[in-house]
Write a protein that binds this ligand. Sequence first.
Ligand SMILES: N[C@@H](CCC(=O)N[C@@H](CS)C(=O)NCC(=O)O)C(=O)O
Length: 229
Amino acid sequence: MTIVMYDLVGADDRRFSPNCWRTRMALLHKGLEHEARPTRFEEIKSICDGDRKTIPTIEDGDKVVTDSLAIADYLEETYADRPSLFDGPVGRGLAAFVQNWTQTVVNPGVVGMVVADIHDNLVPSDQAYFRASREKLFGRALEEVQAGREDRLDSVRKSLTPLRATVSQQAFLGGDRPTYADYVAFAPFQWARSISDFRILADDDPVSAWFGRVLDLYDGAARRSPAYY
Ligand SMILES: N[C@@H](CCC(=O)N[C@@H](CS)C(=O)NCC(=O)O)C(=O)O
């Protein structure tokens, strides 16, 4: 049965949500038939049982699961015969570390570089909601948050040192093959390239080479998704 994944979408079919990319990559990794259903911010309240506040959310028959890590756990347990996302409890523990690092260090740096571009790439009916909710969060205009991003590039790139050091020594965070930790760390850069022409990674950065390896997985599914570069 096809799993339905509610996938945040902007204008021109841009699939930009980092949380949704974790789930999309997990479904691809497991080789599960799925439909990444384009969903605008304003549509989230109407999906499934009408009680969902965030996506990714998946529908697998009559089972509904929200939250990217809960979805990864569900897929791992339900489809245990498929390629493992974590390679056991140690890998699950390390994936949680990578998620916490990504959310507290990488994502805040990335969002400050693309948040006004996200607004500009949304369908018009989502723009007012996005501006109001995010400006409340940041306490200033989206354009002010994004301004001066060139000056912050060095420090954002420096914050990637642990990732850079690791993927300089091995192909993936999972070693010689990708695991869920790779998809979690990959997601903010896929978010950025889907929604903004501002390049966060230098071409000669080993993080770029690793990012390219993840983009190439599963017949280049992530690479083929609408993006700026
Ligand atoms: N912890 C959740 C976070 C999900 C989340 O915040 N999703 C965003 C899209 S990236 C969302 O649905 N936001 C709805 C909104 O802002 O109204 C996860 O990992 O799935």
